[in-house]
Design a protein around this ligand. Sequence first.
Ligand code: ZN
Length: 151
Amino acid sequence: MYYNTNMQWQESTNGFVLRLERGEEVLTSLENFCKEQSVMSAFVCGIGALENVEICAYDIKKKTYICRKFAESQELLSLLGNVTQSEGKPFCHIHVVLGNEEYHVNGGHLQSGRVSVTCEIEVRTSSRPIERIADEETGLHLWKLKNHRSS
Ligand code: ZN
């Protein structure tokens, strides 16, 4: 297994566009990029192809993720998510829909995945941080919002 961090990127009107290279792990590369560029919060969307993907579904009763791995390369039909601040660091929450050669789709909460062909991502940034806070009821770190306009 090789690891590549040589993504290409440029600024766009509302943030950045990224071209992840073959072998890059999506969450690692995205979080590192956000750290380097001091992205406080962002909304992310993308397409491409991934392999060695682990996706999960949340079991609310057990308060744990049930995960499944897919080794083969699949089309990344849709990547959607956000970047927020968790304990002072960028935290990426990403969901994906993948399509295989049979045109069947699998989707879930992205745990990890490597770029098998390319991955084209838009990172729409906001200068105002969104924080996360532990939520007892769900067992997850949920958005902590202010309920008032910033001055
Ligand atoms: Zn999720």
